[in-house]
Design a protein around this ligand. Structure first.
Ligand code: COA
Length: 377
């Protein structure tokens, strides 16, 4: 009865689960490509809207296409009143990622294309969901601050609008550019756990809102997108560059992980972390940035020396976001805004050649147990 079992591949490491034209992570050489373009070529030279256009199958837009595309996204940055009511009703201390995930589920209830999976319906939902995710994050923050919710400004792009809706004032050119590139750097990353969750969800022909809610649930965890918040907690805990060695040694000797370090695919430096390090250096004149950067550099040096591992995207993203005035509780939400572009790209791609994603498992529960009715157990 019992078949000879193959051992499972723990964490599905190295298992190929899809063909994708969207993104390639070259972990040996520390390279990242979006649809064939090296991230080092793109970072700082494209805006997020261009990357969204690229990931959703349209290639890099020319100027006319971009001028048409940008307002299409910004026009969708409004929320149904019922979703705003839901945000208002949430417990004041709720984790913003939990609230974002809940709100995205709720968006599906009021979306005019809610139950449809045709390509035109999915393209409309794609624009709406991406834009609304940004608005939800800003609205959660504004409500918690007791501040009025801000409507998107049609004259601003996607990144600038998020900062505007979040902080309530038009961001400086430098902040717009930094946040734009932060979004570009986080937009896609192969079959990360959240992306796999999104693809597995739509492989059952469940809809796009369900897929993004599933992806958000996965991103929240500290081994994935939740790491950036933990990085800031660690930097604050350490408090002084002089304490880095003792802190890191203490963590490692007690078997704990250093948040923002290590990666399943990169065996060398994560190229996104290099760009974000450069940004945090650029912003180092800001109030806390210099001190945080000093602690970060010491951690990077010491962890590499002790464990031979490199920072990942979440490590310097924490300092950059702090410099942009985003509180740490929202770091994973801003990651989610960017990655929604990638998740949607993968969902659209999954729909073009779908087959139910249904792996198998080794059964370890035994056979032949004698059943005893409940009253006799
Ligand atoms: N701190 C300390 N040690 C780490 C580490 C970290 N952040 N990341 C990996 N390692 C070590 C493991 O302890 C293990 O060492 P060992 O072989 O001596 O036991 C080795 O590196 C391999 O780790 P493993 O857990 O098999 O790697 P993985 O591919 O399953 O995990 C991560 C990848 C990202 C989950 C892991 O690196 C991690 O937990 N990082 C911290 C969380 C984080 O920053 N997540 C964001 C990722 S973008």
């Amino acid at each position: 009865m019992e078949k000879k079992r193959k051992p499972p591949v723990r964490g599905l490491e190295g298992i190929v689960a899809a063909d994708t034209r969207l993104c390639y992570v070259d972990g040996q050489n520390g390279k990242l490509y979006y649809c064939g373009y090296d991230i080092d070529e793109l970072a700082g030279r494209v805006c997020f809207e261009e990357i969204v256009h690229l990931l959703w199958g349209g290639g890099l837009p020319d100027l006319d296409t971009l001028d048409d595309w940008r307002p299409q996204l910004v026009a969708e940055m409004r929320l149904p009143a019922q979703v705003l009511d839901l945000l208002r009703m949430a417990p004041p201390g709720a984790n913003p990622m939990v609230l974002l995930r809940t709100a995205v589920s709720a968006l599906g209830l009021w979306d005019p294309d809610g139950g449809r999976n045709s390509l035109p319906a999915n393209e409309r939902k794609a624009r709406r969901i991406l834009a609304q995710v940004a608005t939800i994050v800003a609205a959660i923050y504004r409500l918690r601050q007791g501040e009025p919710i801000i409507t998107a400004d049609k004259s601003l792009g996607f990144a600038a609008n998020f900062l505007y809706m979040f902080h309530g004032k038009v961001p400086s050119k430098q902040d717009q550019a930094v946040f734009d590139t932060l979004l570009v750097l986080h937009a896609d990353h192969g079959l990360a756990a959240s992306t796999f969750a999104a693809r597995a969800t739509v492989s059952t022909l469940a809809g796009m809102h369900s897929a993004i809610a599933a992806a958000l649930a996965s991103l929240k965890g500290p081994l994935h997108g939740g790491a950036n918040t933990r990085v800031m907690e660690m930097l604050e805990d350490i408090g002084d560059a002089k304490r880095v060695k003792a802190y890191v040694d203490g963590m490692l000797s007690s078997g704990q992980r250093i948040m923002g370090f290590g990666h399943r695919v990169y065996k060398t430096e994560d190229p996104r972390s290099r760009h974000l390090r450069r940004f945090s250096q650029k912003l180092s004149k800001r109030a806390r940035t210099k001190a945080l950067l000093e602690i970060s550099s010491q951690i990077e040096r010491h962890v590499l020396e002790k464990k031979g591992i490199f920072p990942n995207v979440d490590f310097y993203s924490a300092t950059v976001q702090e410099a942009l005035g985003i509180p740490k509780e929202y770091f994973t939400c801003t990651f989610a805004i960017a990655r929604t572009a990638g998740w949607i790209g993968h969902v659209l791609e999954q729909f073009t050649d779908n087959r139910l994603i249904r792996p198998t498992s080794n059964y370890t529960g035994g056979f032949g147990k004698k059943f005893v009715p409940v009253a006799k157990r």
